[in-house]
Design a protein around this ligand. Structure first.
Ligand code: SAH
Ligand code: SF4
Length: 353
């Protein structure tokens, strides 16, 4: 085994943790900012390559720390340009990230856990169960590894935490990763370009309301009443819709921002005009917009996607009621890269693109 196991992975440190450990070497604070730039702007793979630090300091730093990296095991591309990256972690577990080009945007969808414990009935990641949480470095390395595959004139414009896992169930590591995504010396993403999608774990949602960190919040609603939501998403028994909506109503949103509510449309389960009307009603008073996602079907999933007419009718009712709603095209479905289709598996393993 390599001895890096006892060493600190620099990418697991928040900017202030990194600052503290650099100070323990008797070095100035700006040295830690230089290191942040090496790690996240230049994508350094080795401490020794950080040439604006003295040779001795680099040696000392290498004694106690290292830089982890991630390399795609396999990349698959769909006809619409969506790419799915499969990564193998140090312990052999596998995760996926999805890169989605759309007009001027290039959105990267990140995983935050290996699997997911919440077992929503329509989601393949949920079927896998939960294996473990990702470390901050593993969340960030997905961005770095995908960025390395891009050609010079393209860059990732948006990050969505909507891949494998429930980000708020891995609260600490996910928030630290977002802090580094927005830090001006690290990735420098605008907080408006980062979206975290959650089922709405109440204690974490309430804790989030107290944090200084900012990003866009998306809540996976998927139903307009308790009964249907509990059927589709068992977590609703513990954290019911009513309480989640209350937490959303009290959430300290920045001016002119809204909460996105995601609503997977499942044939005959949650897609009737009555459901749409009820959805309008329960979202009253919350600055919101709705993303309608026709279900991505998959083997092992009981449900069918709603017909196009039903999707259109559902959207019309929301729009007539004054609620902004878009139908999210399912990108990358033929390579199982669409929402809810990530399982950390790939058919043709071992092919590097
Ligand atoms: N665990 C988080 C984030 C990952 S899931 C969450 O649930 O929000 C990201 C989105 O994919 C969620 O809105 C979820 O409802 C949606 N999703 C899951 N399975 C799906 C499927 N089979 N078809 C379409 N969307 C799906
Ligand atoms: Fe987990 Fe989200 Fe899938 Fe539900 S939809 S099982 S919370 S990943």
């Amino acid at each position: 085994m390599n001895n890096s196991l006892q060493k600190i992975d620099l990418k697991n440190l928040s900017p202030s943790e990194l600052g503290d450990s650099i100070r323990s070497f008797g070095k100035e604070r700006y040295r830690s900012l230089q290191i942040l730039r090496w790690l996240y702007q230049k994508g350094a793979h080795a401490i020794d390559g950080m040439t604006n630090l003295s040779k001795i300091f680099r040696q000392d730093l290498s004694e106690i720390s290292f830089i982890s990296t991630l390399h795609p095991l396999h990349v698959e591309e769909a006809k619409d340009g969506t790419k799915k990256f499969l990564f193998q972690l140090e312990d052999g577990n596998r995760i996926e990230s999805v890169l989605i080009p759309d007009k001027k945007r290039l959105t990267l969808c990140l995983s935050t856990q290996v699997g997911c414990a919440l077992g929503c009935r329509f989601c393949l990641t949920g079927k896998m169960g939960w294996k473990r949480d990702l470390m901050t470095s593993e969340i960030l390395n997905q961005i770095l590894a995908v960025r390395e595959t891009l050609t010079d004139n393209t860059s990732i414009t948006n990050i969505v935490l909507m891949g494998m896992g429930e980000p708020l169930a891995n609260y600490k590591n996910t928030l630290k990763a977002i802090e580094l995504m927005t830090n001006p010396d690290a990735f420098k993403f605008s907080s408006r370009r980062i979206t975290l999608s959650t089922v709405g774990l109440l204690p974490e949602l309430e804790q989030l309301a107290q944090e200084k960190i900012s990003f866009r919040l998306a809540i996976s609603l998927n139903a307009s009443d308790e009964e249907v939501r509990s059927y589709l998403m068992p977590i609703n028994r513990r954290y019911p819709l009513k309480k989640i909506l209350e937490a959303c109503r009290n959430f300290p949103l920045r001016p002119r921002t809204r909460i996105t509510f995601e609503y997977v449309l499942v044939e005959g389960v949650n897609d009737s005009p009555q459901d749409a009307k009820r959805l309008l009603k329960i979202l009253t008073g919350i600055p919101s917009k709705v993303n309608l996602i026709p279900l991505n079907e998959a083997p092992g999933i009981l449900f069918k996607r709603s017909s196009e007419e039903k999707v259109i009718r559902f959207q019309e009712i929301l729009m007539e009621g004054g609620l902004t709603s878009i139908v999210r095209a399912s990108k990358g479905a033929e390579i199982s890269a669409a929402c809810g289709q990530l399982q950390g598996k790939s058919l043709k393993l071992g092919v590097r693109s």
